[in-house]
Design a protein around this ligand. Structure first.
Ligand SMILES: [Zn+2]
Length: 356
């Protein structure tokens, strides 16, 4: 290792469990982070600084003022420009560590593209905000036989679980098996109905940046342990922390011998049996993503300008207002309609302004 690189990572190299050999492994390693909100930004920041050689960050959303309280890579100017989070994160991370490779991808992870987006990476990290995507990642990780780390946070509470396919319990073992852990682990951002009757989301009860920071830190430490090849990973333990009460729990989750995913390889989320989720966590918004098409945003902007208000674009997306709604359209044909939770309103606005 050259002296400049050694100096940069010296405090991590001094930590005996990593050392120079571990640092070399980190520099040659990679990970994909799916979702770049409170967890994803904190995680990406820690891993880029730690010298993980290549990070891919996938996110479907754009930066808004309400993100700045907890999404630590973003600045006021990113929100003013409505930059896609993947683009803003890539810029900031490159400035933080020019010695690692950062790739931001603006995309909505679905059963159609999930395997392509994570293929080739030895570790998948959860920065998402909904259980449907998490169960999809669980299916993909088991199918590709790649470790992944689940993490979720809401209010002052967060939880994380490291999954090593074939060795430890998976997310379906923990949350679908009907054990008491299902309630324990499922009571956050579970708007996709992973458990019945639990509706707390970041949208209804808020979320503290401090809670996201704790869980992202545990997730980052787990990631580093996996990438340096230590056997000390907390794989199979559901770790939770409440920053308000100070309660910490670390509970072993046993593999479910009848598990749909890791035993029977019934990948219902990957095979697209699950319904696409339309209402987004954290906002009064609906995402339309059934229609796949490449849009010429400049041409669209010109076409609709006479009939809508405040048309703005930044090269990645086009935004305009149809009071009381605001629509943001991406080049891949996705749109986010703000100001409603009613999917039929969102669909009819999409049909009227973008096309059927
Ligand atoms: Zn399982």
């Amino acid at each position: 290792m050259d002296p400049t690189t050694y100096e940069r990572y010296s405090r991590q190299i001094l930590f005996s469990k990593i050392g120079e050999a571990g640092q070399q492994l980190l520099l040659g390693s990679s990970a994909v982070i799916v979702g770049c909100g409170a967890l994803g930004t904190a995680l990406a920041n820690l891993l880029a600084r730690a010298g993980v050689g290549k990070l891919r960050i996938v996110d479907r959303d754009f930066v808004e003022p309400s993100n700045l309280q907890r999404q630590t890579l973003f600045e006021e100017s990113d929100a003013a420009e409505a930059l896609p989070k993947a683009v803003a994160a890539e810029r900031r991370l490159r400035a933080i560590n020019s010695g690692v490779s950062i790739e931001g991808i603006v995309a909505d992870v679905s059963s159609r593209n999930a395997e392509d987006l994570v293929r080739g990476f030895p570790l998948i990290l959860d920065g998402t905000d909904n259980f449907e995507t998490r169960f999809l990642l669980n299916d993909v990780a088991i199918h590709l036989n790649v470790p992944w780390i689940y993490a979720a946070v809401v209010a002052s509470y967060g939880v994380t679980l490291t999954v090593r396919p074939g060795e430890t319990a998976c997310l379906a073992c923990a949350l679908e098996s009907g054990s008491s852990l299902a309630e324990n682990g499922g009571s956050h951002c579970s708007d996709a109905g992973a458990t019945s009757g639990v509706e707390d989301t970041c949208d209804t009860v808020g979320v503290l940046g401090a809670a996201a920071g704790v869980i992202a830190s545990i997730e980052a430490a787990e990631a580093i342990k996996i990438l340096v090849g230590t056997s000390e990973s907390a794989g199979g333990r559901l770790i939770s922390f409440d920053v308000w009460s100070g309660r910490f729990q670390s509970v072993r989750v046993t593999r479910d011998p009848k598990c749909r995913a890791c035993v029977h390889h019934d990948f219902k989320y990957l095979e697209g049996d699950a319904q696409p989720r339309l209402t987004m966590c954290g906002r009064d918004s609906v995402q339309i993503h059934e229609r796949r098409r490449q849009l010429d945003l400049a041409a669209l902007g010109k076409r609709i300008a006479p009939t809508v208000a405040e048309v703005r674009g930044n090269g990645y997306l086009l935004r305009f207002r149809i009071p009381p709604y605001e629509m943001t359209v991406f080049a891949d044909g996705r749109a986010i309609v703000k100001g409603t939770r009613d999917t039929s309103i969102a669909r009819s606005l999409y049909a009227r302004y973008i096309g059927a």
